[in-house]
Design a protein around this ligand. Structure first.
Ligand code: ADP
Length: 432
């Protein structure tokens, strides 16, 4: 509520006012002198009249001075000044400055957007909907102590907001201090979401670890009890225990890889690596699995090296996850094709794309957007029986993000699936 200087009454400078008064007094003196000369008025009376005229000319002038000096004080009241308005306007979060009674002095555009009913000079209590805010505001007004409140805002979308009310001492008109209140609002939704994700992650990870652990301790009990002297049962149980222990180790491995990649997410790999031998090494390593699943793996790679800025170990992990998934979940198609293509700049930057295509059952469209979430599986039982952890595609996505690349997933039920890892092409060295 900065006062508009142009709307205040025009104040004449001292010299002008002095000149006006002198003219009035001169005219009065001349007129009185003429009346005295004409004998219509005694000199004593004329002097008395002149004094009255002088007083009439000067006293309102003084009163006007008092009035305008008050006006000046009001204009420079620090809390209403344009400087304070500019500070509130410049605050990045929604901010409202209230007087002691809760009346709005200044508010910024973000606050006006958050609470469109807020108006300068009006009580904020009537413009804010949330009971949490109103309670905090009432308490802050009553106690002039800081208050905070969390609440869920529903308009225009659900957002978790934090309100902080901070009393700010301000100078008053007459030299003392008073307390205004600064209300700031902070969007806590991203933090809450991260917190929820962390809690979900811990719950999922513990659940995933507890399942094989429970199986292991169950079999240990059995081996110590009724199966103690049964060599056949012992063999079978030891086999199952081995599989469960391998699953746990794999889960821990994936969790560690994921956290390592996340830790270095902001550091883009800068060594140049050739993708061709990396893909070949992965395919060779998975030959036994392909044979076991009776899948023919067709590899279409160019002869010359295809260089990208990358981390070799992470790229091995990435292609291993994609090709292994194709062999596990797409085995019924009997064929997996791995190919590499260079895509020239079109709508986006030029890319190197590695496509892993299978001809298995494919994936229903509703699952596609969630496949890279941690622990998300289309069929939990199927994934577990295949030794899956539900972390593979999440790891793939994080590795690609670190390489400034992206993952494309295309699939239709019963028509197989294609997972494409896209990498930015390395710029050729500038000609010297
Ligand atoms: P998992 O360890 O379970 O394999 P991933 O993150 O690698 O975890 O994959 C998540 C889920 O995506 C899998 O459980 C599976 O349901 C589905 N999926 C992945 N690749 C394929 C594929 N090629 N064909 C069909 N479904 C797939």
């Amino acid at each position: 509520m900065a006062v508009d200087a142009s709307s205040s009454p025009t104040v004449l400078p001292w010299s002008d006012r002095l000149r006006h008064s002198a003219i009035i007094l001169l005219v009065a003196a001349l007129a009185l002198a003429a009346v005295v000369v004409l004998g219509e008025l005694s000199a004593v009376r004329a002097i008395a009249v002149f004094i009255c005229i002088a007083a009439a000319a000067l006293v309102p002038w003084r009163l006007h001075d008092v009035a305008t000096s008050r006006d000046d004080v009001r204009r420079i009241n620090p809390v209403e000044s344009t400087a304070v308005a500019a500070i509130v306007a410049g605050m990045p979060d929604p901010a409202v400055l209230l007087d002691r009674a809760g009346r709005v002095i200044h508010l910024n555009a973000a606050a006006a957007e958050l609470a469109p009913a807020l108006r300068q000079n009006e009580l904020a209590q009537f413009a804010l909907r949330s009971p949490e805010i109103i309670t905090a505001l009432r308490e802050a007004i009553a106690t002039t102590e800081p208050r905070r409140a969390d609440y869920l805002d529903h308009v225009p979308i659900d957002r978790w907001m934090e309100l902080i009310i901070t009393p700010v001492p301000v100078p008053t008109l007459f030299g003392g201090t008073d307390k205004c209140m600064l209300m700031t609002f902070h969007d806590q939704t991203p933090l809450r979401r991260v917190e929820e994700m962390r809690a979900d992650f811990v719950a999922n990870a513990s659940h995933e670890l507890r399942t094989p652990l429970a199986a292991l301790s169950g079999f240990i009990d059995t081996l110590q009890g009724q199966a103690k002297d049964d060599p056949k049962a012992r063999e079978r149980f030891l086999g199952i225990m081995h599989a469960q222990a391998t699953r746990m180790a794999r889960l821990i491995d994936d969790l560690l890889s994921l956290s390592r990649v996340e830790l270095s997410a902001h550091v883009r790999p800068d060594t140049l690596v050739d993708l061709v031998p990396i893909i070949r090494q992965v395919a060779d390593g998975l030959e036994a699995l392909a044979r076991e699943r009776q899948v023919v793996v067709e590899i279409n790679l160019p002869d010359p090296p295809v260089m990208v800025a990358g981390d070799r170990e992470e790229l091995l992990r990435l292609f291993e996850n994609l090709i292994e998934n194709a062999l596990k979940y797409g085995a019924s198609g009997g064929k997996v094709i791995v190919s590499l293509v260079a895509v020239p700049a079109g709508e986006g930057a030029p890319e190197i794309r590695v496509l892993v295509r299978d001809f298995g059952p494919g994936i229903a469209p509703e699952h596609l957007p969630r496949l890279t979430e941690r622990f998300y599986r289309v069929d939990v039982g199927d994934s577990r029986s295949q030794g899956g952890t539900g972390l593979g595609l999440s790891l793939v996505k994080h590795i690609l993000n670190r390489h400034r690349g992206r993952l494309l997933i295309e699939s239709m039920p019963n028509q197989g699936a294609t997972f494409t890892a896209c990498f930015p092409q390395v710029k050729p060295p500038a000609a010297v």
